[in-house]
Each structure stands twice: as structure tokens, then as C-alpha cells.
Write a protein that binds this ligand. Structure first.
Ligand code: LLP
Length: 416
């Protein structure tokens, strides 16, 4: 974890050296932290017979997918771009699950062609479009995503359960979808899926959603579906404040497994194999964004520090009001701290965070912004025609480029 002195390291490599060698802004992924998170999920998978699929939307590129290929995790993809990334990294189709709502014809065909082990179907039209393409000689394994009507306490933009959300089949439509699926020679209904949202810290909404989903699962079994899996989604929270941590995963999963087992007993059905889809919990804490301070100035009562990145490489503060903790690093600083508004260099008020930073912070200093592994690189844009930052993997004292920094030519590459 990054600290405020000249010797600060990430993955055992000095932050100053990383910034000097690879430039800034830079996303550094501590691969030791990734390995520890993967190991925790592998242990949970083994202990509870879970299926764990990493949600690629949180952070994905070929180098990272290659690391995943060497684990026991599967991968959720939700676009052709994510699928091809996985393929290029050598993740075999049996470990790929196709997700997303609003899949294109090309994406549905990719699944029919066997490029993913199964597909999570979001709605009736998608189910019909998939059925129309499916090949009875090579049936597609499908999972129906339901909207369990459970709202978790999270930002409205990342809440995906509840009646105000677009995702999944409304409960009233699931039975018809099951019946329809069973009538399709090209489809095999293997599971029920419910994901309630992202960055959730309580176990209760997971358990409540699992109970609803299991009721549907039992009904689908009764209708003759060859079900085996109950996918309970991802969304396991990560607290970005200093001292904050990932949600207590062991406890949460143990509770979920217990609830599902009890409910299966009550419904007199075989307990399903439980699946989870963590994104953030696996990668957020491993990431630190390194920025160079471009200027420090006062406006009225506020002190501003402007850095050489911002909204384009981390839209989360602007979109969700998310916090990422900044640490001045790379040299020894004065002990006195001043509340500072850190802004990016976009042509708008792109506040990244308000936090205490050393009073002698000045242009040229390095800022390490923590917990930026998830949904920053994957949501980065070329706003203002800024080039996207490089990504570096640092672990065991060694650093290697994972994604090279874009050039201005890259930014212009698709202009006709
Ligand atoms: N499964 C499904 C069906 C999902 O939609 C998602 C995330 C996940 C799993 C993984 O959720 P995670 O474990 O990463 O929380 N851009 C937002 C988060 C959007 C999450 C979208 N779906 C953010 O930056 O907070």
C-alpha cells in the first residue's frame, strides 16, 4: 500500500521509479495483492463448492486475462471486446460466461458458436433472439437473470436489483421464460441468476435475493428444467477510506451458503451449486493511480491541487461521488496537513477528492490515489482527446508494462 515517503513502494517497486520509468498518469496494479485476492476466492470456491467467475468489466486487458488464465476462476464477459480479450489471453471457452443486457446479434452468435460456456439471458426479446439463432445439434447453456426486486444500499447508478432497475426478467415473467426455454431444442436452461448491485457491504440483501431466486429455481425444476446453478451475482463491497477494507467475504459467503442450503431443504429440492461474480473485490484494492501534481493554488478558502489525469482516467468520483484516498508520495513531506481539493485537468470542475495533503505539496510531486483497480481503467475515456494512461503490473519487486500508454495517434486512430 502506498505511503507518504520517499521509499513508498507498490508491489515492492518504488513509486518514484515507476513514475519515472513509465510516466504519469499511471495505473499500477500490485500483483501480489491480486494473487492474494484470487487465492481467497479459490479457497472459498473449494470450501463451499462455489463457482467463481471474475466480472471482467471491473478491469480487463490481455495481460490481466493471462494471469486469470492461470487461476481456477472463470471469467464473465459482457461484450465482444471482453470476449476477444479473454480468447487472446488463452482463457478457454468452458471458463467464459457471456453476460450483459442488450446483447448484439454478433454477441449472441458468438455464444451459439461455442465461444462461451453459457450465457446469462437478461430479457424476453434476448431469449427469443438467441433461440432463433440456436442450433439444436449444439445447444446453448443458458441462465435466466431475474430481477429479485431487492434493493441494496448502494449508489442508484450501480443498483441493479429492485423495481427501478432495468436488469433481468421481472418476477412475473420468469415462468413464461422458463416454459419458452424448455420448448427450445437449441437451449438448455441450466441456472437462475440474480445480481442486486455493486459495492454492497451487508449480507442481508444477498440472502434475501437468493431466497427469491431459489423459489424460482424450485418452480423451474418442477417444470422440468435441468438446473444446477444458482448465481448470486457480485457486488462485494470495498471501502476506499484509510483503514477501510473489503467486506468480510468469508462470513458473507458462509451466510449465503447456509441460507441457500436451509431454503433448499425447506423447498425439498437438491441444493444448487452457488455461483458468485466478484469484480471490485478482486481488483479494486490492488490498484493505485500515480499522478504528477501540475499546480497547487488557492481560490478563496480552498487549496486546489491539479494533477495530470482526472475525469478521463477515473470517472468514478464524478459519476458516483466515489472516494479514492490520495497520498503524497515520492519524497519526505512536512507533517502538517491542509485540506486540499484534488482536481484533474479536464476542462470542467472535475474534482477527484477532498482530502488532507501535506502543506508543502508542490508542482512535480507524486500523488498515489488508492483503490483504483476497479472501474477506472475499464471506464476511462478520451475526453478532451487525452490519451489513456499506461497500466503497469508490479509484484515481488518487479514491474512490467501491461497496457502501453496511448499516444495522440492512438486517440486519432479511428478518425476518418
Ligand atoms: N455481476 C453482474 C451481473 C454485474 O452487473 C456486476 C457489475 C458484477 C457482477 C460485478 O460487480 P462488482 O463485484 O464489481 O461490484 N462502474 C461502477 C460499478 C458498476 C457495476 C456493474 N456491474 C463503479 O465504478 O462502482
Amino acid at each position: 500500500m502506498i505511503s507518504a515517503n520517499s521509499a513508498a513502494t507498490l508491489g515492492g517497486v518504488r513509486a518514484v521509479a515507476l513514475a519515472e520509468k513509465f510516466g504519469t498518469p499511471l495505473l499500477v496494479i500490485d500483483t501480489d495483492a491480486v494473487d492474494a485476492a484470487v487465492a481467497q476466492f479459490e479457497t472459498l470456491a473449494e470450501r463451499y463448492g462455489l463457482e467463481v467467475a471474475y466480472a471482467g468489466k471491473a478491469f480487463l486487458n490481455v495481460a490481466f486475462a493471462k494471469r486469470l488464465a492461470n487461476t481456477r476462476l472463470s471469467l464473465d464477459v459482457c461484450s465482444l471486446g471482453e470476449l476477444v480479450t479473454a480468447e487472446r489471453a488463452g482463457i478457454p471457452a468452458p471458463r467464459i460466461v457471456f453476460h450483459g443486457c442488450g446483447k448484439t446479434g454478433e454477441e449472441l452468435s458468438a455464444v451459439v458458436d461455442g465461444r462461451a460456456a453459457r450465457i446469462v439471458v437478461d430479457n424476453r426479446e434476448e431469449l427469443e433472439r438467441l433461440a432463433a439463432r440456436a442450433n439444436p445439434a449444439k445447444p446453448v447453456s443458458i441462465i435466466l437473470r431475474i430481477n429479485p426486486g431487492i434493493e441494496a444500499h448502494t449508489h442508484a447508478y450501480v443498483r441493479t436489483g429492485g423495481e427501478e432497475s432495468k436488469f433481468g426478467f421481472p418476477l412475473g415473467e420468469v415462468e413464461a421464460a422458463v416454459v419458452f426455454s424448455l420448448a427450445q431444442a437449441g437451449l438448455v436452461l441450466n441456472g437462475i441468476h440474480a445480481h442486486i448491485g455493486s459495492n454492497i457491504f451487508e449480507a442481508a440483501p444477498y440472502e434475501a435475493a437468493a431466497v427469491v431466486a431459489l423459489g424460482i429455481y424450485a418452480r423451474a425444476l418442477e417444470l422440468g428444467a435441468p438446473l444446477a446453478s444458482l448465481i448470486c451475482g457480485g457486488g462485494f463491497g470495498v471501502d476506499p477510506y484509510p483503514g477501510g477494507e473489503r467486506v468480510a467475504l468469508d462470513e458473507l459467503i458462509a451466510g449465503l451458503v447456509r441460507t441457500v442450503a436451509h431454503e433448499a431443504l425447506r423447498l425439498e429440492i437438491p441444493a444448487p451449486k452457488i455461483g458468485i461474480e466478484p469484480g471490485r473485490a478482486l481488483i479494486a484494492g490492488a490498484g493505485t493511480s500515480l499522478y504528477r501534481v501540475v499546480s497547487v493554488k488557492r481560490q478563496g478558502a480552498r487549496r486546489f491541487a491539479i494533477v495530470d489525469g482526472g475525469l478521463a482516467d477515473n470517472p468514478r468520483p464524478a459519476l458516483y461521488g466515489s472516494y479514492h484516498h490520495p497520498v503524497a508520495t515520492g519524497r519526505d513531506f512536512a507533517a502538517a496537513m491542509v485540506e486540499t481539493t484534488v482536481c484533474g485537468r479536464s476542462c470542467e470542475n472535475d474534482e477527484l477528492m477532498v482530502a488532507p495533503l501535506p502543506e508543502d505539496l508542490r508542482a512535480g510531486d507524486l500523488l498515489g490515489v488508492r483503490t483504483t483497480g476497479a472501474y477506472t481503467f475499464s471506464m476511462a475515456s478520451n475526453y478532451n482527446r487525452f490519451a489513456k494512461p499506461a497500466v503497469v503490473f508490479a509484484g515481488g519487486g518487479l514491474a512490467a508494462l501491461a497496457v502501453r500508454r496511448q499516444t495522440v495517434d492512438d486517440v486519432l486512430a479511428s478518425d476518418v
